[in-house]
Design a protein around this ligand. Structure first.
Ligand SMILES: [Zn+2]
Ligand SMILES: [Zn+2]
Length: 301
């Protein structure tokens, strides 16, 4: 037991130190400064050339989402989750060893050219994420957590990282096995992370960029806005356009839908009025009745 606690503490202090270092020492491979830079870039695009010209430049919940960006990208993901997941990975390895499995790697891609490794990691991870996203919509208890992301009423780049911390747990847990099978750890490839961050910001931005035939490959704001539509298109009970970075999966598996120009379509989900509007209420939301009660108490005026 002590061994696992030590792993957690090492992970925790290791990443806390790392976070402090990142902020005080700007460098080219800094997640922190890339997040700031990519965010400023899309903020400027929205200012200069907005798709919804009537939407406020500082839209509803902009600051809430700005907080979510740093919480989900750093505080939770890099500090808390990494420390906890090192324990889980350790437990998982010990369990596998008990049943005689010492190596999960099925295909060793480490000897491939770097570009091929990056492409494999990116495509495989995006496909796994597309499936996890579909699960978030189909499994009722996961949907309760995913509502946080769908509570966006006015769309803009910062909405990309408004999501419940349980989503990090769901995505990372499910991603772990297929990535471990090809010998990757999730944090191995900086450039894949930054690319996914930039396309994610782009999908949510108040910006119009016709991609031509590339729209069948890459997700974009004109497609993703329909994922957030309050009213689902006919016959689509669970939703449409689940793509994260690639739209390809939606076109391949028949879940793509852009009924018309969605610029002004109403966003959200039914009975949104009863959803907690602030971070604390949203962070405990989804844990059944107890979570609901806690959310109400936290957000009482
Ligand atoms: Zn969704
Ligand atoms: Zn979204």
């Amino acid at each position: 037991m002590n061994h696992y606690l030590q792993t957690f503490l090492d992970g925790y202090t290791g990443y806390a130190r790392y976070l402090g270092y990142e902020i005080s020492h700007p460098h080219w491979k800094s997640y922190f400064y890339w997040l700031v830079g990519v965010s400023l870039f899309f903020f400027l695009l929205e200012l200069v050339h907005p798709w919804r010209t009537k939407q406020a430049r500082i839209r509803k919940d902009f600051w809430l989402d700005a907080f979510y960006m740093f919480f989900n990208f750093f505080l939770f993901s890099l500090v808390v989750y990494n420390a906890a997941s090192e324990v889980v990975v350790e437990l998982f390895r010990d369990l596998l060893a008990k049943v005689g499995i010492h190596n999960l790697v099925a295909v060793e891609v480490g000897s491939w050219p770097v570009w091929a490794q990056l492409l494999t990691l990116f495509v495989l991870r995006d496909f796994v994420q597309w499936n996890v996203h579909r699960l978030l919509h189909r499994v009722p208890f996961l949907w309760e957590f995913h509502k946080v992301h769908h509570s966006v009423e006015q769309m803009g780049f910062a909405a990309h990282l408004r999501y419940h911390w349980m989503e990090t747990v769901a995505y990372r847990t499910i991603e772990y096995i297929p990535l471990a099978m090809i010998g990757f750890g999730i944090d191995d490839f900086f450039v894949v992370h930054i690319f996914a961050l930039a396309v994610g910001h782009f999908n949510h931005s108040n910006f119009r960029l016709p991609l031509g035939p590339l729209k069948y490959v890459f997700n974009n704001p004109q497609m993703h806005i329909w994922h957030h539509a309050k009213e689902l298109p006919e016959g689509r009970r669970y939703g449409v356009n689940y793509g994260i970075t690639l739209s390809l999966w939606d076109y391949l598996f028949g879940t793509a839908s852009i009924p018309y120009d969605g610029r002004d379509v109403e966003l959200g989900f039914p009975e949104m009025e009863r959803f907690p509007p602030g971070f604390l209420g949203q962070a405990v939301y989804g844990f059944g009745h107890a979570g609901g009660e806690a959310a109400r108490r936290l957000e009482e005026p």
